[in-house]
Design a protein around this ligand. Structure first.
Ligand SMILES: NC(=O)c1ccc[n+]([C@@H]2O[C@H](COP(=O)([O-])OP(=O)(O)OC[C@H]3O[C@@H](n4cnc5c(N)ncnc54)[C@H](O)[C@@H]3O)[C@@H](O)[C@H]2O)c1
Length: 321
Protein backbone atom coordinates (compact mmCIF):
# COMPACT_ATOMS: atom_id res chain seq x y z
CA UNK A 1 0.00 0.00 0.00
CA UNK A 2 1.48 3.32 -1.13
CA UNK A 3 -0.05 6.44 0.39
CA UNK A 4 0.60 10.04 -0.64
CA UNK A 5 -0.23 13.07 1.50
CA UNK A 6 -0.15 16.53 -0.09
CA UNK A 7 0.18 19.21 2.58
CA UNK A 8 2.26 16.57 4.36
CA UNK A 9 4.12 19.15 6.45
CA UNK A 10 0.87 20.69 7.68
CA UNK A 11 -1.02 20.18 10.90
CA UNK A 12 -3.24 17.36 9.64
CA UNK A 13 -0.66 15.96 7.23
CA UNK A 14 1.89 15.32 9.97
CA UNK A 15 -0.68 13.83 12.34
CA UNK A 16 -2.14 11.64 9.63
CA UNK A 17 1.33 10.39 8.68
CA UNK A 18 2.07 9.48 12.29
CA UNK A 19 -1.29 7.74 12.64
CA UNK A 20 -0.87 5.71 9.44
CA UNK A 21 2.59 4.62 10.52
CA UNK A 22 1.34 3.64 13.98
CA UNK A 23 -1.53 1.71 12.42
CA UNK A 24 0.71 -0.03 9.90
CA UNK A 25 -2.12 -0.97 7.60
CA UNK A 26 -4.92 0.52 5.57
CA UNK A 27 -7.77 -1.36 3.90
CA UNK A 28 -6.33 -4.55 5.37
CA UNK A 29 -3.01 -4.09 3.53
CA UNK A 30 0.33 -3.25 5.10
CA UNK A 31 1.49 0.33 4.54
CA UNK A 32 4.75 -0.03 2.59
CA UNK A 33 5.39 3.45 1.29
CA UNK A 34 4.34 6.89 2.52
CA UNK A 35 5.10 10.00 0.46
CA UNK A 36 4.70 13.41 2.06
CA UNK A 37 4.58 16.40 -0.28
CA UNK A 38 4.76 20.04 0.76
CA UNK A 39 6.30 23.35 -0.30
CA UNK A 40 9.22 22.79 2.05
CA UNK A 41 10.50 19.28 2.65
CA UNK A 42 8.13 17.75 5.20
CA UNK A 43 9.61 16.15 8.30
CA UNK A 44 9.36 12.36 7.99
CA UNK A 45 8.31 10.40 11.06
CA UNK A 46 10.75 7.51 11.59
CA UNK A 47 9.69 4.00 10.63
CA UNK A 48 11.46 0.63 10.52
CA UNK A 49 8.91 -0.96 8.24
CA UNK A 50 7.64 1.79 5.94
CA UNK A 51 9.55 3.63 3.23
CA UNK A 52 8.77 7.25 4.23
CA UNK A 53 9.84 10.07 1.92
CA UNK A 54 9.33 13.82 2.17
CA UNK A 55 9.28 15.79 -1.08
CA UNK A 56 9.57 19.56 -1.41
CA UNK A 57 7.16 20.34 -4.26
CA UNK A 58 5.02 23.35 -5.06
CA UNK A 59 1.83 21.72 -6.30
CA UNK A 60 0.97 24.83 -8.33
CA UNK A 61 3.99 24.20 -10.60
CA UNK A 62 3.02 22.42 -13.84
CA UNK A 63 3.68 18.67 -13.55
CA UNK A 64 4.73 19.00 -9.89
CA UNK A 65 3.05 15.73 -8.93
CA UNK A 66 4.03 13.77 -12.07
CA UNK A 67 6.68 11.59 -10.44
CA UNK A 68 4.47 11.02 -7.40
CA UNK A 69 1.55 9.86 -9.55
CA UNK A 70 3.82 7.82 -11.86
CA UNK A 71 4.36 5.55 -8.82
CA UNK A 72 0.60 4.79 -8.97
CA UNK A 73 -0.24 5.34 -5.29
CA UNK A 74 -3.23 3.47 -3.89
CA UNK A 75 -4.42 6.37 -1.72
CA UNK A 76 -3.85 10.12 -2.09
CA UNK A 77 -4.79 12.44 0.76
CA UNK A 78 -5.04 15.89 -0.78
CA UNK A 79 -4.60 18.21 2.19
CA UNK A 80 -2.43 20.97 0.70
CA UNK A 81 -4.35 24.23 0.78
CA UNK A 82 -4.22 27.91 1.45
CA UNK A 83 -6.48 28.35 4.46
CA UNK A 84 -9.48 30.66 4.78
CA UNK A 85 -8.15 34.13 5.64
CA UNK A 86 -5.17 33.73 3.29
CA UNK A 87 -7.43 32.62 0.42
CA UNK A 88 -9.71 35.58 1.07
CA UNK A 89 -6.78 37.99 1.15
CA UNK A 90 -5.24 36.71 -2.11
CA UNK A 91 -7.70 35.44 -4.71
CA UNK A 92 -4.98 34.36 -7.17
CA UNK A 93 -3.07 32.34 -4.60
CA UNK A 94 -6.25 30.68 -3.31
CA UNK A 95 -7.35 29.76 -6.84
CA UNK A 96 -3.92 28.40 -7.76
CA UNK A 97 -3.44 26.23 -4.67
CA UNK A 98 -6.98 25.32 -3.72
CA UNK A 99 -8.54 24.90 -7.14
CA UNK A 100 -6.06 24.80 -10.06
CA UNK A 101 -3.69 22.39 -8.30
CA UNK A 102 -6.59 20.10 -7.36
CA UNK A 103 -7.73 20.06 -10.97
CA UNK A 104 -4.16 19.30 -12.09
CA UNK A 105 -4.01 16.45 -9.57
CA UNK A 106 -7.26 15.01 -10.93
CA UNK A 107 -5.98 15.31 -14.49
CA UNK A 108 -2.73 13.63 -13.46
CA UNK A 109 -4.74 10.70 -12.08
CA UNK A 110 -6.87 10.61 -15.22
CA UNK A 111 -3.85 10.59 -17.57
CA UNK A 112 -2.38 7.63 -15.71
CA UNK A 113 -5.59 5.64 -15.43
CA UNK A 114 -5.61 5.79 -11.63
CA UNK A 115 -9.29 4.84 -11.52
CA UNK A 116 -8.86 2.81 -8.36
CA UNK A 117 -6.77 5.35 -6.47
CA UNK A 118 -8.79 6.64 -3.53
CA UNK A 119 -8.41 10.41 -3.51
CA UNK A 120 -9.49 11.99 -0.24
CA UNK A 121 -9.83 15.74 -0.03
CA UNK A 122 -10.55 17.85 3.04
CA UNK A 123 -13.36 20.32 2.43
CA UNK A 124 -14.84 22.69 4.95
CA UNK A 125 -17.93 24.21 6.54
CA UNK A 126 -16.85 27.30 4.60
CA UNK A 127 -18.39 25.65 1.51
CA UNK A 128 -21.78 26.57 3.00
CA UNK A 129 -23.14 30.06 3.33
CA UNK A 130 -25.87 32.46 2.28
CA UNK A 131 -29.45 31.81 3.33
CA UNK A 132 -29.44 28.58 5.25
CA UNK A 133 -31.94 26.49 7.19
CA UNK A 134 -31.58 26.34 10.99
CA UNK A 135 -30.13 22.83 10.69
CA UNK A 136 -28.21 21.79 7.59
CA UNK A 137 -27.85 18.35 6.11
CA UNK A 138 -26.02 16.88 3.14
CA UNK A 139 -28.83 18.00 0.81
CA UNK A 140 -28.31 21.68 1.69
CA UNK A 141 -27.10 23.66 -1.33
CA UNK A 142 -23.58 25.06 -1.19
CA UNK A 143 -23.66 28.85 -1.41
CA UNK A 144 -20.22 29.81 -0.09
CA UNK A 145 -19.74 33.45 0.84
CA UNK A 146 -15.95 33.54 0.67
CA UNK A 147 -13.29 32.50 -1.83
CA UNK A 148 -11.90 29.62 0.25
CA UNK A 149 -15.34 28.02 0.54
CA UNK A 150 -15.99 28.60 -3.15
CA UNK A 151 -12.70 26.92 -4.09
CA UNK A 152 -13.50 23.95 -1.84
CA UNK A 153 -17.04 23.67 -3.27
CA UNK A 154 -15.70 23.67 -6.84
CA UNK A 155 -13.25 20.89 -5.96
CA UNK A 156 -16.03 18.85 -4.38
CA UNK A 157 -18.00 18.94 -7.62
CA UNK A 158 -14.97 18.07 -9.72
CA UNK A 159 -13.95 15.14 -7.51
CA UNK A 160 -17.48 13.84 -7.62
CA UNK A 161 -17.64 14.11 -11.39
CA UNK A 162 -14.25 12.45 -11.96
CA UNK A 163 -15.41 9.66 -9.65
CA UNK A 164 -18.76 9.34 -11.45
CA UNK A 165 -16.82 8.99 -14.70
CA UNK A 166 -14.67 6.26 -13.17
CA UNK A 167 -11.48 8.34 -13.52
CA UNK A 168 -10.65 8.26 -9.81
CA UNK A 169 -12.23 6.91 -6.63
CA UNK A 170 -12.86 10.13 -4.71
CA UNK A 171 -14.12 10.95 -1.25
CA UNK A 172 -14.49 14.47 0.12
CA UNK A 173 -14.81 15.00 3.85
CA UNK A 174 -16.19 18.35 4.95
CA UNK A 175 -14.27 19.00 8.13
CA UNK A 176 -15.78 20.86 11.03
CA UNK A 177 -13.56 23.51 12.63
CA UNK A 178 -10.79 21.64 14.39
CA UNK A 179 -10.23 22.42 18.06
CA UNK A 180 -8.05 22.35 20.09
CA UNK A 181 -5.26 22.73 17.59
CA UNK A 182 -1.85 22.67 19.32
CA UNK A 183 0.92 25.09 18.37
CA UNK A 184 0.51 28.71 17.37
CA UNK A 185 -2.36 30.63 15.75
CA UNK A 186 -2.49 30.40 11.93
CA UNK A 187 -4.12 32.38 9.11
CA UNK A 188 -7.41 30.50 9.33
CA UNK A 189 -10.28 32.78 10.30
CA UNK A 190 -11.27 30.14 12.85
CA UNK A 191 -7.82 30.16 14.47
CA UNK A 192 -9.24 31.97 17.52
CA UNK A 193 -11.43 28.93 18.31
CA UNK A 194 -8.34 27.00 19.36
CA UNK A 195 -6.53 30.07 20.75
CA UNK A 196 -9.19 30.97 23.30
CA UNK A 197 -8.80 27.52 24.88
CA UNK A 198 -5.17 26.65 24.15
CA UNK A 199 -3.48 29.91 25.17
CA UNK A 200 -5.20 30.26 28.59
CA UNK A 201 -4.57 26.55 29.26
CA UNK A 202 -0.90 27.30 28.52
CA UNK A 203 -0.98 30.33 30.90
CA UNK A 204 -0.95 32.77 27.98
CA UNK A 205 -3.31 35.54 26.89
CA UNK A 206 -5.74 35.03 24.03
CA UNK A 207 -7.91 37.38 22.02
CA UNK A 208 -11.51 36.50 21.30
CA UNK A 209 -12.49 38.42 18.14
CA UNK A 210 -16.14 37.28 17.99
CA UNK A 211 -19.30 37.54 20.09
CA UNK A 212 -19.80 34.84 22.77
CA UNK A 213 -23.10 33.89 21.13
CA UNK A 214 -21.34 32.83 17.92
CA UNK A 215 -21.68 29.09 17.33
CA UNK A 216 -19.19 26.80 15.64
CA UNK A 217 -19.33 23.22 14.42
CA UNK A 218 -16.22 21.55 15.84
CA UNK A 219 -14.29 18.30 15.97
CA UNK A 220 -11.12 17.26 17.77
CA UNK A 221 -7.88 16.62 15.85
CA UNK A 222 -7.97 12.93 16.87
CA UNK A 223 -11.48 12.39 15.47
CA UNK A 224 -10.59 14.19 12.25
CA UNK A 225 -7.56 11.95 11.78
CA UNK A 226 -9.69 8.85 12.42
CA UNK A 227 -12.15 10.14 9.84
CA UNK A 228 -9.38 10.62 7.26
CA UNK A 229 -8.22 7.06 7.87
CA UNK A 230 -11.79 5.77 7.58
CA UNK A 231 -12.23 7.83 4.40
CA UNK A 232 -9.70 5.55 2.70
CA UNK A 233 -11.62 2.46 3.76
CA UNK A 234 -15.25 3.26 2.92
CA UNK A 235 -16.25 1.31 -0.22
CA UNK A 236 -16.65 3.54 -3.31
CA UNK A 237 -20.14 2.13 -4.03
CA UNK A 238 -21.32 3.39 -0.64
CA UNK A 239 -20.14 6.92 -1.49
CA UNK A 240 -22.17 7.40 -4.69
CA UNK A 241 -24.05 9.38 -5.91
CA UNK A 242 -22.38 12.34 -4.19
CA UNK A 243 -19.03 11.82 -2.59
CA UNK A 244 -18.86 14.87 -0.32
CA UNK A 245 -20.46 15.07 3.10
CA UNK A 246 -20.07 16.70 6.48
CA UNK A 247 -18.32 14.85 9.28
CA UNK A 248 -20.18 14.50 12.58
CA UNK A 249 -18.95 17.48 14.56
CA UNK A 250 -20.65 19.02 17.57
CA UNK A 251 -22.23 22.47 17.87
CA UNK A 252 -20.71 24.75 20.49
CA UNK A 253 -21.01 28.47 21.20
CA UNK A 254 -18.02 30.61 22.12
CA UNK A 255 -19.74 31.16 25.48
CA UNK A 256 -19.81 27.37 26.04
CA UNK A 257 -16.15 27.17 25.10
CA UNK A 258 -15.27 29.84 27.65
CA UNK A 259 -17.45 28.14 30.25
CA UNK A 260 -15.67 24.82 29.63
CA UNK A 261 -12.35 26.63 29.96
CA UNK A 262 -13.46 27.98 33.35
CA UNK A 263 -14.68 24.54 34.49
CA UNK A 264 -11.41 22.88 33.52
CA UNK A 265 -8.88 25.57 34.46
CA UNK A 266 -10.71 28.09 36.67
CA UNK A 267 -11.48 31.83 36.63
CA UNK A 268 -7.84 32.73 36.29
CA UNK A 269 -7.64 30.97 32.92
CA UNK A 270 -10.88 32.58 31.79
CA UNK A 271 -9.51 36.02 32.69
CA UNK A 272 -6.69 35.47 30.17
CA UNK A 273 -9.18 35.80 27.30
CA UNK A 274 -9.48 39.41 26.09
CA UNK A 275 -12.56 40.33 24.06
CA UNK A 276 -11.51 42.44 21.07
CA UNK A 277 -14.16 42.24 18.32
CA UNK A 278 -12.72 41.91 14.81
CA UNK A 279 -15.50 42.49 12.25
CA UNK A 280 -13.43 40.90 9.47
CA UNK A 281 -13.04 37.59 11.35
CA UNK A 282 -16.59 37.70 12.67
CA UNK A 283 -17.98 38.25 9.15
CA UNK A 284 -16.16 35.19 7.78
CA UNK A 285 -16.85 32.84 10.66
CA UNK A 286 -20.45 33.96 11.18
CA UNK A 287 -21.16 32.96 7.56
CA UNK A 288 -20.24 29.35 8.43
CA UNK A 289 -23.19 27.31 9.65
CA UNK A 290 -22.90 25.55 13.00
CA UNK A 291 -25.81 23.12 13.14
CA UNK A 292 -25.75 19.99 11.01
CA UNK A 293 -27.57 16.72 10.66
CA UNK A 294 -24.79 14.27 9.74
CA UNK A 295 -26.71 11.02 9.25
CA UNK A 296 -24.87 10.22 6.03
CA UNK A 297 -21.41 10.29 7.61
CA UNK A 298 -22.62 8.33 10.60
CA UNK A 299 -24.24 5.69 8.38
CA UNK A 300 -20.88 5.38 6.60
CA UNK A 301 -19.19 4.69 9.94
CA UNK A 302 -17.63 8.11 10.71
CA UNK A 303 -17.66 9.02 14.40
CA UNK A 304 -17.43 12.33 16.24
CA UNK A 305 -16.55 13.59 19.73
CA UNK A 306 -18.92 13.10 22.65
CA UNK A 307 -18.57 16.56 24.19
CA UNK A 308 -16.58 19.79 24.28
CA UNK A 309 -15.31 18.79 27.70
CA UNK A 310 -13.87 15.58 26.18
CA UNK A 311 -12.16 17.63 23.46
CA UNK A 312 -10.50 19.93 26.00
CA UNK A 313 -9.45 17.02 28.21
CA UNK A 314 -7.95 15.23 25.18
CA UNK A 315 -5.88 18.36 24.44
CA UNK A 316 -4.61 18.46 28.02
CA UNK A 317 -3.81 14.76 27.97
CA UNK A 318 -1.88 15.07 24.70
CA UNK A 319 0.01 18.10 26.03
CA UNK A 320 1.12 16.18 29.09
CA UNK A 321 2.58 13.33 27.00
N1 LIG B 1 -7.71 22.68 10.34
C1 LIG B 1 -9.00 22.91 10.12
O1 LIG B 1 -9.74 23.37 11.02
C2 LIG B 1 -9.61 22.58 8.78
C3 LIG B 1 -10.97 22.69 8.64
C4 LIG B 1 -11.55 22.42 7.42
C5 LIG B 1 -10.75 22.01 6.36
N2 LIG B 1 -9.40 21.92 6.51
C6 LIG B 1 -8.61 21.50 5.35
O2 LIG B 1 -7.75 20.43 5.74
C7 LIG B 1 -6.55 20.49 4.98
C8 LIG B 1 -5.35 20.47 5.91
O3 LIG B 1 -5.47 21.52 6.84
P1 LIG B 1 -4.36 21.85 7.92
O4 LIG B 1 -5.07 22.36 9.10
O5 LIG B 1 -3.43 20.71 8.04
O6 LIG B 1 -3.64 23.08 7.21
P2 LIG B 1 -2.09 23.48 7.19
O7 LIG B 1 -2.03 24.89 6.74
O8 LIG B 1 -1.43 23.12 8.47
O9 LIG B 1 -1.51 22.52 6.06
C9 LIG B 1 -1.66 22.80 4.70
C10 LIG B 1 -0.33 22.53 4.04
O10 LIG B 1 -0.45 22.78 2.64
C11 LIG B 1 0.81 23.24 2.23
N3 LIG B 1 0.73 23.95 0.96
C12 LIG B 1 0.15 25.16 0.74
N4 LIG B 1 0.40 25.54 -0.54
C13 LIG B 1 1.14 24.55 -1.11
C14 LIG B 1 1.71 24.39 -2.38
N5 LIG B 1 1.57 25.31 -3.34
N6 LIG B 1 2.42 23.26 -2.63
C15 LIG B 1 2.58 22.32 -1.67
N7 LIG B 1 2.06 22.43 -0.44
C16 LIG B 1 1.36 23.54 -0.16
C17 LIG B 1 1.26 24.18 3.34
O11 LIG B 1 2.66 24.40 3.28
C18 LIG B 1 0.81 23.43 4.57
O12 LIG B 1 1.86 22.65 5.12
C19 LIG B 1 -6.64 21.74 4.13
O13 LIG B 1 -7.09 21.36 2.84
C20 LIG B 1 -7.68 22.58 4.82
O14 LIG B 1 -8.33 23.42 3.91
C21 LIG B 1 -8.81 22.18 7.70
Amino acid sequence: MHIVITGGAGFLGQRLAARLLARGELRGEAVQRLTLVDQLEPPCPPSDTVDVEGLALDITEPGALDSVLDARPHVVYHLAAVVSSAAEADLDLGMEVNFDATRALLEGCRERGLANTRLIMASSVAAYGGELPAVLDDMTALQPQNSYGTQKAMCELLINDYSRRGLIDGCVLRLPTIIVRPGRPNAAASSFASSILREPLNDEEAICPVAPSLELFVMSPAKVIEALVHGAEVPGEALAPFRAFMLPGITVSVAEMLDTLRQVAGDEALARVRHEPDPRIEAIVASWPARFETRRAQALGFAGDRSLHDIVMAFLEERSR
